[in-house]
Design a protein around this ligand. Structure first.
Ligand code: URA
Length: 256
């Protein structure tokens, strides 16, 4: 393949690399195969002082406990963003271009919790900026809300999963302490949970088509599950139900 290598100009090389990241590649590997089992056997072991035996491998920390300690130490949203920037235990971070922390007005009465960034959000470092986000903005505008004045937005996962796959339960569990702290610090009157992943993370239940439009209690405040705008782009007829949910949200804000 030497001829191919010499034909690669930097632009083509970058495009190839971006394509592989897009496909979900998270590790750089060499051309020659490596027998990692043999490497592990050959690895030198250190002897414990005063003993002939090898030192046991250090315990892998419980990532949820590490996340909880990091999140609970934060007293401001800026600190929480910095804690996420410094958090290295979530594999998704390695494949993401940017941390997607939030958008909108911190302290707004309504906080929207989405699922995870997609390609556009990963590029922009802001939640809900792609087609689904534009629909979300139109839905909110229909009841007089907007991220410029009256809504704060985040996602369960702050990093894009490869190929937009669903986040795994252990990834959700790891990021949940950050989300809980995010809600506490942003202190909204109520939450809107868009999509199944948000319901799973915040309510511990899935089944958005049954849950939507039913007020729940979560993280110390009322929470309204709603269909995800990406779903509405595929199933436009479901917009009728979402309109009813938006009116329920508007009424709750008016009454409370
Ligand atoms: N879908 C989400 O749930 N969140 C985003 O930020 C974008 C798409």
């Amino acid at each position: 393949m030497a001829g191919m290598e010499s034909a690669l100009d930097p632009h083509t090389a970058l495009a190839l690399l971006e394509w592989q990241i897009e496909l979900g590649a998270t590790e750089a590997i060499g051309d020659a195969p490596l027998d990692r089992y043999a490497l592990a056997e050959a690895a030198p072991t250190t002897a414990a002082p005063g003993s002939a035996g090898p030192v046991p491998a250090p315990e892998v920390a419980d990532p949820v406990a590490v996340a909880r300690a990091a999140a609970e130490a934060c007293d401001t949203l800026e600190e929480l963003r910095a804690a996420l920037e410094a958090f290295e235990l979530c594999e998704l971070k390695k494949g993401a271009r940017n941390l997607v922390f939030s958008d909108g007005v911190p302290g707004a009465r309504v906080m929207i919790v989405g699922e995870a960034p997609g390609r556009d959000e990963d590029r922009a470092g802001r939640p809900f900026v792609g087609r689904a986000g534009q629909l979300l903005d139109r839905m909110l505008a229909a009841i007089g809300l907007g991220r410029d004045a009256s809504v704060y937005i985040t996602n369960v996962m702050p990093w894009r999963p490869p190929q937009n796959r669903d986040p795994r339960p252990e990834e959700i569990a790891m990021m949940k302490p950050f989300l809980a702290r995010h809600v506490a610090l942003a202190a909204p009157d109520l939450l809107v949970l868009v999509g199944n992943i948000s319901c799973q993370a915040v309510l511990g239940k899935r089944g958005i088509t049954r849950l939507r439009g039913t007020w729940q209690e979560a993280l110390g405040r009322p929470a309204l599950p709603m269909l995800h705008p990406a779903y509405l782009l595929r199933q436009p007829l479901a917009k009728r139900e979402t309109w009813a949910d938006l009116l329920a949200l508007q009424a709750r804000l008016r009454d409370g």
